[in-house]
Design a protein around this ligand. Structure first.
Ligand code: F6R
Length: 615
């Protein structure tokens, strides 16, 4: 969603802010803007569409700039008011001397706006953000101190915000504040940064301070002062970032998505590392902070998540129920938060999120905590808001995922669920030791089997070419790979804009079969050896009888499949229960190549954001 970068220091301010925004670009946006303090002038530039437009605008107006020494930049993903120049950030107060950029949503902006209009403020945009500019300017008129003005203003705001404010009268000073939206300070020598996420600053510094809710940061080139909402100065811990700037490079791949798909074998090795090092030994999951006696008697788990993380959660349900015999409910966070749930102090609630910033899931987690449930978070961002709410935290360590479509984080979440399910099964002694040993043995081999899939992309590319002109798909499966069908269909929808629906194969005949004809291909995920293979095969025969084109994703060597299916995509032999860790990969690739053939913006699909920080 939106992104913020602020900088005060000796470098080329325009380049630092543009670079920072470029590294946040993956989050999704529709317009961009920048405000610069330039030798006593406050200059503002805004453009619609991609950042290259802002870059070109700044290049074209280079003659205006003398020597900018600080600035704030923003990419906007429209919430209040359409994507337009007037709604793009930064926003100014009536006199134009104060500028604000903002991530989040101000819920009481209408009331505040009315009050400010009565005081004579002239609004130009439809945004909630502009209210903040007028509000801070109004406070500044009284205090003549930007820090105090911001502090007094945020006390009046309801909702979520990460803001950066500059004033023409206070050159090279940025005031930042946050509540329910992330904000990080980057520390340098003779320079300092403030941003909504670390990719924006990682090229310049690894020394960071995370701002917490209701904290205010005053950033100059030589000093960062952080206070609480009452003005009390705080001593904050400096953290050193674990990521290298190389994480933000495509390393020769055409798109980040393709690079991230190829990173999956190493990502999985990383997840297993230190947790499953010897198949004769129990899985080590010290991150789970619940007492083993409590886990032994645990009989209810609820998993809440959105999108791709929800699909990993669904696979997690099958795994935990199958291996540990614990009843698991899986629910979209956006549903969980608006109903009376049965969560109580004996429930283990698991929140799954790549970003750790998804607003629906954060709200759900807070509700679960209010009900005294133990909350375990599985996330790729141990520095996120969600991680901070966790009673137990399993970081999945997939590294920065830049492509909007989640791939490697999904695999990392899946593997975390395998580890958790085995861990619980070992504590509860629900599966015999030899079977678990075999399972662990196969789990360790998953990365090399994915490498096998990645070593021959031709069959998937050919399938993509053959099917890229179809407008509708159904992805079917049963059992644990139903999650794969959902996830494969979501990937295709997201990046190619082709209608694709994941469906339980056995449900086809209860409705969707009515749509089947030669224009609607059916992709089936079917793994022999399990209890669902023959059943899915029968469901495919039913689809074939309605002239649907059929694609199989399977580990079967049965030559007869060629008589039923138009295309057979083969994966290495795998135990059905572990197969989602493999089957997801060809479906990510299929979506990727179809989108690529269609010339879509693979890494930044329209209307989507990497981290959905609004409900
Ligand atoms: C799919 C995708 C989204 C996210 C969803 C949840 O490729 O990226 O569906 O999975 O917005 O995001 P997180 O996992 O960050 O909570």
């Amino acid at each position: 969603m939106c992104g913020i970068v602020g900088y005060v220091g000796y470098r080329d301010v325009v380049s630092v802010i543009l670079n920072g925004l470029t590294n946040l670009e993956y989050r999704g946006y529709d317009s961009a803007g920048m405000a610069l303090q330039d030798c006593g002038e406050l200059r503002i530039y805004k453009t619609l569409g991609k950042l290259i437009n802002l870059k070109n605008e700044l290049e074209a107006k280079k003659y205006e700039l003398k020597h900018p020494s600080s600035g704030i930049g923003h990419i906007r993903w429209a919430t209040h008011g359409s994507p337009s120049l007037v709604n793009a950030h930064p926003h100014t107060c009536t006199c134009g001397r104060l500028v604000v950029v903002h991530n989040g949503i101000i819920e009481n902006y209408k009331e505040l706006r009315e009050e400010l209009i009565k005081k004579g403020c002239k609004f130009k945009s439809q945004t909630d953000t502009e209210t903040i500019a007028h509000l801070v300017a109004d406070e500044y008129a009284n205090s003549k101190d930007l820090e105090i003005a911001v502090r007094n203003s945020v006390k009046k705001l309801q909702g979520a915000y990460a803001i950066c404010v500059m004033h023409k009268d206070t050159p090279d000073l940025i005031v930042g504040a946050r509540k329910h939206a992330p904000m990080v300070i980057g520390l340098g020598e003779g320079e300092n940064f403030i941003a909504s996420d670390i990719p924006a600053i990682i090229e310049y510094t690894k020394k960071t301070i995370y701002l917490e809710d209701n904290e205010i940061a005053v950033v100059t080139k030589d000093k960062v002062k952080i206070t609480d909402i009452n003005g009390k100065e705080l001593v904050k811990k400096t953290e050193i970032l674990p990521w290298e700037p190389v994480a933000l490079s495509k390393l020769g791949y055409k798109h980040f998505m393709l690079k991230e798909i190829h990173e999956q074998p190493d990502v999985i090795r990383n997840v297993l590392n230190g947790k499953l090092y010897d198949i004769d030994e129990p899985v080590i999951l010290n991150e789970v902070k619940l007492d083993k006696e409590i886990l032994k008697n645990l009989n209810k788990i609820q998993i809440i998540a959105c999108g791709t993380s929800l699909h990993a959660a669904l696979a997690g349900k099958y795994l935990i129920e199958d291996l540990a015999g614990i009843s698991v409910e899986v629910e979209a966070s956006s549903e969980y938060i608006y109903r009376r749930t049965t969560t109580d102090s004996s429930t283990l609630v698991i929140g799954v999120s790549q970003s750790g910033e998804t607003a629906d899931t954060i709200t759900a987690i807070k509700q679960a905590k209010e009900k005294k449930a133990h909350v375990l978070i599985i996330t790729n961002r141990p520095d996120s808001n969600m991680a901070r709410l966790a009673d137990s935290l399993i970081p999945v360590n997939a590294g920065i995922e830049v492509s909007v479509a989640a791939t490697k984080s999904y695999s990392a979440q899946l593997i975390s669920f395998y580890l958790l399910a085995i861990y619980l099964a070992e504590i509860k002694e629900t599966v015999d030791k030899q079977s678990l040993k075999n399972l662990k043995h196969e789990l360790i081999q998953i990365p090399s089997k994915i490498e096998e899939i990645l070593s021959d992309l031709k069959p998937i590319q050919n399938c993509a070419r053959k099917f890229s002109s179809y407008k509708n798909f159904i992805y079917i499966s049963r059992g644990i790979n139903l999650s794969t069908a959902y996830e494969g269909a979501l990937k295709l929808k997201e990046i190619s804009y082709i209608n694709a629906t994941g469906y339980p194969a056995g449900e086809l005949k209860h409705g969707p079969i009515a749509m089947l004809d030669e224009t609607m291909p059916v992709l089936a995920v079917l793994i022999p050896g399990g209890i669902t293979y023959e059943k899915i095969l029968s469901n495919c025969e039913e689809a074939k009888a309605r002239n649907a084109k059929l694609i199989a994703l399977t580990s079967s060597n049965d030559d007869n499949l060629k008589n039923i299916f138009d295309v057979v995509i083969k994966i290495p032999k795998v135990n059905e229960i572990l197969s989602p860790a493999l089957t997801c990969v060809p479906l990510q690739l299929l979506a990727y190549y179809i989108a690529e053939f269609l010339g879509k913006d693979v890494d930044q699909p329209r209307n989507l954001a990497k981290s959905v920080t609004v409900e």
